[in-house]
Design a protein around this ligand. Sequence first.
Ligand code: PSU
Ligand code: MN
Length: 304
Amino acid sequence: MKNSYLDIKDEVAKALKDGQPVIALESTIISHGMPYPENVETALKVEQIARDAGVIPATIAIIGGRLKAGLSAEEIEYFGKKGTAIHKASRRDLPYLVSGGLDGATTVASTMIIAGMAGIPIFATGGIGGVHRGAENSFDISADLQELAQTNVAVVCAGAKSILDLGLTLEYLETHGIPVLGYKTEELPAFYTQKSGFKVDFAMESPGQIASLLKAKWDMNLKGGAVIANPIPDEYSMDPDEINTVIEQALNDMDKEGIKGKESTPYLLARIAELSGGNSLHSNVELVFNNVRLASRISREYCS
Ligand code: PSU
Ligand code: MN
């Protein structure tokens, strides 16, 4: 059932055919989520971490209008160097980019779509999009949430940044039947910090328990994904007051500059990195590594 718009890298296709574990990785985090060259270093190291855990990585993107499940190191370098000059591609952008033969960096939503097409059920990233603060006026709710409602791919993340309204994000996830699992935690982590003041739906004690839950969900034909929230390791977590001050400042700056829509999240990510110096970037990189380690273990359990 190969999709005629989809190119699956050979080693990824082989692993999938042999029932070996594969994890999906996104490309917006490379082009829009981190500065060059740290973005490329991180993306390459992430792939190595998966391999060291016995899992084949499939970084997902759109190149020349082709949907790609699995990139070469050169392609990752290309996405990292071009940065925000590459289209940020969510669900609504896919037909335009594919029919136009263009490049696109895939968000959580579009990475899930392409991973789903390729048959990769587990995906690791940093943070997901959600309901933005002030969404009651702006209506800004990330398409990531709708995708989690309809595409059968589980996303391992470090929770969500408090650039979002985490309470409303959880309500939205509940409405759409998306389980929020905490790995060894009762509390939803807030990306840079282990705690947010909000509870996850279910605390999970092991990768095997998570894999069983996913299998049960999909065996019952309950469509959609799951959020697997994995707290940043203590040694890399930031001081909550420090990071929250920075986030407030970034939100104020965004309002002042009148930035909206798809530019909003990339602007905030870049502004937070700028305002907090190298601190937040270092934490960001480490939490992604941590998520890839967990996703690799879940993927192995899921395949066994
Ligand atoms: N949040 C982060 N880092 C990111 C993103 C979100 O902490 O890199 C990226 C992801 O690609 C996510 C996208 O899918 O931003 C969400 O954008 P929007 O809010 O425009 O849907
Ligand atoms: Mn948005």
